[in-house]
Ligand binder design. Structure first.
Ligand SMILES: [Fe+2]
Length: 268
């Protein structure tokens, strides 16, 4: 399995605090079946925004330390990028990194945001050729309060990454229910650990995929797993048309009463 969102690099943000902790996280990830990790430290101004040189040094040091162990793990680099109007400048100037140097970039909306502004920032990123992956929508009140927003953002060509722990209920019932709705409507493109330490946001994906299989079926769960490889190799993610959950009776009634061919947004 491939983990595309992980704060495993030591000493850069609120993730691994030192090398022993980072190695412990890698060991946990490996024993869970993870073979590839994209290391994605925060790029969050005034909070955690280390110079790129420091990020590259930490990456090199971690790679060297890992090579001295028997932990089998391929490492790649990227950023978990705070999503604000300046994000595009940071990307274009090389101040922040896309995932493994491709077009996909991991973007984290601010805690409070205006949907219109979010959509316009994402529009500009896509227009410039980037492929935004929105991190953990299930952990924002703004998304939970307006479920149709996730549908709309996905329709516009943004990708959604949910946290493995959220599928297992680690972020509470509402976040888990939101993930379930997303899974059933085919709005989850990627699952990642967002691991911060051996304890906080556990570095593991296996259990999350078992939950996903239960909710969305084997085929969709496998597609979501394969999407991580597409991101790593900068390939297209397979089209994932939203699933229409209406019964035949609802579909007939929608047609008779001319309510269009799709279910309204946010009513799933
Ligand atoms: Fe993160």
């Amino acid at each position: 399995m491939i983990d595309i969102h992980n704060h495993i690099l030591p000493g850069l943000d609120d993730g691994a605090k030192d090398m022993p902790e980072a190695l412990a996280m890698a060991e946990m990830a490996a024993s869970d079946g993870i073979t590839h990790i994209v290391c994605t430290p925060h790029a969050f101004p005034d909070v955690y925004f280390p110079e790129l040189e420091r990020v590259r040094e930490a990456f090199g040091a971690f790679k060297a330390s890992l090579a001295e162990t028997r932990i089998p793990m391929d490492l790649f680099l990227g950023h978990d990028i705070h999503l604000v109007p300046e994000t595009l400048d940071w990307l274009k100037s090389g101040r922040v990194l896309t995932l493994n140097g491709g077009r996909y970039c991991l973007v984290e909306p601010p805690e409070f945001f205006s949907p219109a502004e979010l959509e316009s920032i994402l529009f500009v990123l896509r227009r410039e050729g980037y492929r935004p992956i929105i991190t953990h929508p299930e952990r924002y009140a703004a998304f939970l309060d307006a479920p149709g927003l996730v549908d709309r953002l996905a329709e516009q060509g943004n990708f959604m990454q949910v946290t493995a722990g959220a599928l297992r209920g680690r972020f509470g019932r509402p976040a888990q229910a939101f993930c379930r709705r997303m899974a059933r409507r085919r709005l989850i493109h990627l699952v990642a650990s967002d691991a911060h330490s051996p304890r906080r946001r556990h570095p593991g994906l296996r259990k999350a995929f078992l939950v996903l299989r239960e909710w969305a079926g084997d085929e969709d769960a496998n597609t979501i797993m394969e999407n991580a490889a597409a991101v790593l190799e900068d390939r297209d993610i397979a089209p994932f048309p939203p699933r229409d959950e209406r019964t035949w009776l609802q579909r007939l009634s929608d047609r008779l009463f001319n309510r269009g061919g799709r279910r309204g947004r946010g009513d799933g």
